[in-house]
Design a protein around this ligand. Structure first.
Ligand code: XMP
Length: 514
């Protein structure tokens, strides 16, 4: 087994992957493993440090997650975050109690000269950190000392300096913790003595090697959507196994944006990767007839995708693998990555294949985020305009039509969306927002056009800013740009007489409407 400098044990926090991401940004390679990973498998990776993640449980709960207790005896540097801190406290003989009130949100982290440790190197006292916890440490174990406090948490950070064990009550991995990346880097660099040698180039090489090893001389079926993710996956595969072993399939499910099919085909021609387009429009639209429930739509589309792939695969000999551009964001909101995180929303094709399918999955992007995929794409030499493309969901326009998906609603959506994209690109805003799209609502309203009363459909325009799709804010778009979009959509799209702008952030909303 390859050596891994830092191992993160996942106790189910939604933020666990962000720990890995922050470390990667600092050039430190790490791997996330489930909290109950076998101790032999951990030792086999020769780690230089262990991080215990946060988690939703209480250490006192009957079904609380505990790692193999030998982990504490390895003599390795450790960092416990939130739940991880409580585990360390409990294990070494301290006391954890439920807080009088849950503490969520910002806090100021104060430390003076009391800490001679290096974990806070190059970061100021008074820095903002993000708290999210129910339980708290009430009494320190022997040998531990307080190294930082906040107004509500006297033990905001503690350490056993000699043993190189550190613990934070706050989450260094989340965006709102100002110096979080630096704190994690300090742990890796000064406490674990890990060199920062990791970068996207090495990630690309690693993935290519992994694919070669996994696939051998078999063939891989790769679902291509034209988006950044699946194009990066196809390119990685192409580099790893070449055209002979690669069957790249683009399914036109009838839920694409205007001209998208032609654009995707042209792009793959440029990449010199052979692409097989399957027109399954009728199959998808027939199955979606009469369906209005969002989860049902997603399920039907996911299942139909698989059916189409399976049918296509049978036309080629020797296919044993299915490659997908699944990202961490898709995974975390569907099933747990490696540990026990909670389910939020079901995304298609994520969470494994049905039993009757014999393919093994290849998902090289499963643990990284969109902006990291773009960096990877740059590393692989993909064209710039393609890397800048906004994300487009697998279920396509179906989840941007509220209610039943009909050919008329699809027309309304495509025409409105095209106008939006044109205006965005003309104004230079396309590259400034994370994602922008139209949604057709099942809401009719009265209007007046010329001398006539109208009673027509509503389009919502949605534009968001985000770094990774996990959280997002609605984009603060100039009103004259919104006005141009609205005027053009109402004038040019027959059947739309009202345009609204979505001013919801994520959370509490999601980016897509369904
Ligand atoms: P939500 O709506 O969950 O979206 O806030 C977060 C990001 O994921 C995209 N998305 C999907 N991507 N298959 C995908 O490949 C899906 O089923 C899916 N649903 C949402 C969404 O466009 C946004 O960028």
């Amino acid at each position: 087994m390859d050596s891994v400098p830092i191992i993160v044990l996942d106790f189910g926090s939604q933020y666990t992957q962000l720990i890995a991401r922050k470390l990667r940004e600092s050039g430190v390679y790490c791997e996330i493993v489930p909290y109950n990973e076998k101790i032999e498998d951990i030792k086999a990776r020769s780690p230089q440090g262990i991080i215990l993640s946060g988690g939703p449980a209480s250490v006192y709960a009957k079904d609380a997650y505990h790692p193999d207790s030998e982990i504490y005896e390895l003599g390795l540097p450790m960092l416990g975050i939130c739940y991880g801190m409580q585990l360390l406290t409990q294990h070494f003989g301290g006391v954890v109690v439920p807080s009088d009130h849950h503490e969520y949100g910002k806090a100021e982290l104060e430390f003076g000269d009391e800490c001679a440790c290096q974990i806070f190197n190059d970061t100021p006292s008074g820095q903002i950190v993000w708290m999210s916890h129910g339980d708290r440490v009430d009494m320190l174990p022997d040998g531990f000392e307080k190294i930082a406090r906040s107004e509500n948490s006297p033990y905001a950070a503690i350490a056993h300096i000699e043993k190189n064990i550190y613990a934070f009550q706050f989450h260094p991995e989340v965006y709102h913790t100002q110096e979080g990346a630096r704190l994690l880097k300090n742990f890796a660099k000064y406490i674990c003595n890990v060199e920062n040698t990791w970068n996207m180039g090495s990630f690309a090489k690693e993935q290519i090697e992994k694919i070669k090893e996994q696939v051998g001389d078999k063939k891989v079926l790769c679902g291509v959507s034209g988006g950044v993710d699946s194009s990066v996956v196809a390119t990685l595969l192409h580099e790893a196994i070449g055209q002979e072993q690669l069957v790249a399939i683009f399914v036109d499910q009838g839920l694409l944006r205007a001209n998208e099919r032609e654009q995707v085909e042209a792009m793959f021609k440029r990449l010199e990767i052979d692409l097989i387009t399957v027109d399954a429009t009728e199959e998808f639209l027939t199955k979606l007839e009469g369906i209005t429930d969002p989860e049902q739509k997603r399920k039907i589309i996911g299942e139909t995708f698989i059916t189409v792939f399976d049918r296509e695969a049978k036309k080629h000999d020797g296919i044993e693998f299915l490659a997908q551009g699944t990202l961490y964001t898709d995974v975390i909101e569907s099933v747990s990555v490696k540990g026990p995180s909670k389910t939020i929303k079901s995304h298609h094709n994520v969470g494994g294949l049905p039993d009757w399918m014999t393919f093994e999955l290849i998902e090289p992007l499963r643990e990284i985020f969109k902006d990291e995929v773009r960096k990877l794409g740059r590393e692989l030499g993909l064209p710039k305009d393609m890397l800048g493309r906004h994300p487009f969901p697998g279920p396509g326009l179906a989840i941007r039509i509220m209610g039943e998906v009909t050919t008329n609603e699809l027309r309304l959506l495509r025409e409105s969306d095209t106008i939006m994209q044109e205006e965005l690109k003309a104004s230079g805003y396309y590259d400034k927002v994370w994602q922008a799209f139209a949604v057709v609502l099942n809401v009719k309203s009265v209007g007046v056009m010329g001398d006539n009363r109208t009673y027509d459909n509503t389009v919502c325009v949605r534009m968001v800013e985000s770094v990774d799709g996990m959280t997002a804010t609605f984009a603060h778009i100039p009103h004259d740009l919104l006005e141009r979009m609205s005027t053009r959509i109402i004038n040019e799209v027959d059947g739309i007489n009202r345009v609204v702008y979505d001013i919801t952030s994520k959370p509490p909303g999601t980016i897509e409407w369904e």
